[in-house]
Design a protein around this ligand. Structure first.
Ligand code: TYD
Length: 202
């Protein structure tokens, strides 16, 4: 059984909405489901994340940023995800290592392999059973965000070009990973839920 599922995608790709509906659907089928996202209410990881997203930290070095994401990831993993898996819960997770590979490694250009290595150190071999990539063109994604909230964080403000690279990075990761499935984020939530459930529940 697939127990640990990660959702990846660019800004406004609809991960949060899809995960909320999936959680309900899975619970109706009797699964005990934990929905979480880094930093996921783990105070130490929240503090690390606050440094990364603070608009005033314009001098944050890209490698330092990648290390901070990996540190927050580690803390969330050991404090929340691994205990949930151990209890037998199904874990639906909003973003994981592939976010760092696409954003820091590929789009920010510090190198996918280097970012993979620091993340390997952070996760120590723990890997999700499956990753769903919600693929969407950045223009549509950013439009969705602007319609839904009035405050953009520092990373949202990066140019559309950057988000195009993020997308490219994700798609190239998906090409090389059998456990990463690409979904068309323009489809309706109902349709996406159906596709995911077909993968998860044989
Ligand atoms: P998040 O708050 O999860 O935003 P979203 O609702 O878009 O998922 O993430 C904030 C930003 O951090 C988002 O632009 C993606 C970026 N990010 C990275 O660059 N690297 C990472 O490893 C992670 C987890 C997120």
């Amino acid at each position: 059984m697939k127990q640990w599922i990660v959702f990846e995608g660019g800004e406004g790709s609809g991960k949060t909405t899809l995960m909320a509906v999936l959680k309900r659907e899975l619970e109706e089928r009797g699964f005990d489901v934990l929905c979480t996202r880094e930093p996921g209410g783990v105070p130490i990881a929240e503090d690390i994340r606050a440094i990364i997203l603070d608009p005033k930290n314009t001098e944050l070095d890209p490698i330092a940023e990648a290390l901070l994401f990996a540190a927050a990831r580690r803390q969330h993993l050991v404090e929340k995800v691994l205990p949930a898996l151990k209890k037998g819960q199904m874990v639906l997770m909003d973003r994981f290592v592939d976010s760092s590979l696409a954003y820091q490694g590929y789009a920010r250009g510090i190198g996918v392999e280097d970012v993979r290595q620091i993340n390997e150190f952070a996760i120590q071999g723990h890997r999700p059973d499956m990753v769903f990539l919600l693929d969407l063109d950045p223009q549509s994604g950013l439009e969705r965000i602007n319609a839904n909230r009035n405050r953009l964080n520092r990373l949202d403000l990066e140019k559309v070009k950057f988000h195009e690279k993020v997308r490219e990075g994700y798609l190239s990761l998906a090409k090389h990973h059998a456990s990463m499935k690409v979904l068309d984020a323009k489809k309706s939530v109902e349709e996406l839920v159906k596709e995911v459930l077909e993968e998860l529940l044989p």
